[in-house]
Ligand binder design. Structure first.
Ligand code: GRF
Length: 203
């Protein structure tokens, strides 16, 4: 599929991968394509592996000019086809950055190695602490006083690539997991677009 390049001033052509609610994806779309706080990134498409993901309808509503593609990847046996289709999209459209925004699947080592310093992810903890699933709850249950969010490049080890940016979130005594989740998402929305701009444009 050939995608139009809407923002001709953009330094980087990007696609976003998202599986669920999509608050980060929508925030990035707003930053680069709607309010244009930066024009460094052209968001060429949103790709979801889940046909029913809320992010799909929300993105179509706020930014109907951004193509939305569903490439099914639920079971591990679907990963090869998913990555094959994604690779085609990347090559045909000269995609510079693959932005993971609540993409709940692991990409294969082979795919990741093909795209060094091109895949960016956000994780809801201060890496290297609390890698993997349920990072917010794990940090809360552990009783740490500070947690946060990390934007990093994706490498073959999950949640381990070079860090682009981090933001600290303090856990107050009266915080609940829910209130902490809210604070974490706020921090994510603050730093992810700025970190992407940094990755694209350099310091
Ligand atoms: C975020 O907390 C992100 O850090 C993690 O998954 C969550 C996705 O939330 N990787 P959303 O779909 O962007 O709202």
């Amino acid at each position: 599929m050939t995608l139009d390049k809407k923002n001709s001033k953009a330094v980087a052509n990007c696609i976003i991968l998202a599986s669920g609610i999509g608050s980060n994806a929508l925030n990035i779309i707003d930053y680069f394509s709607l309010s244009e706080k930066s024009t460094a990134a052209n968001i060429a498409a949103l790709v979801s592996n889940v046909a029913t993901a809320p992010v799909i309808e929300k993105s179509k509503k706020i930014a109907p000019f951004i193509p939305v593609l569903v490439l099914p990847y639920g079971k591990i046996s679907e990963r090869e086809t998913f990555e094959y289709e994604l690779e085609k999209l990347i090559i045909v459209n000269n995609i510079d950055f693959i932005i993971l925004a609540g993409f709940m699947k692991v990409l294969s080592e082979e795919f990741v190695l093909k795209h060094p310093n091109k895949i960016v992810n956000i994780h809801p903890s201060l890496l290297p602490a609390f890698k993997g699933m349920d990072a917010i709850k794990s940090a809360y249950d552990y009783g740490v006083k500070f947690t946060g969010v990390t934007v990093h490049y994706v490498t073959k080890e999950v949640d381990s690539g070079p860090i682009i940016s981090q933001e600290i979130v303090k856990i107050e005594d009266n915080d609940t997991v829910e209130s902490l989740e809210e604070k974490i998402h706020k921090a994510e929305h603050k730093i992810y677009p700025v970190a992407l701009e940094l990755a694209i444009c350099g310091e």
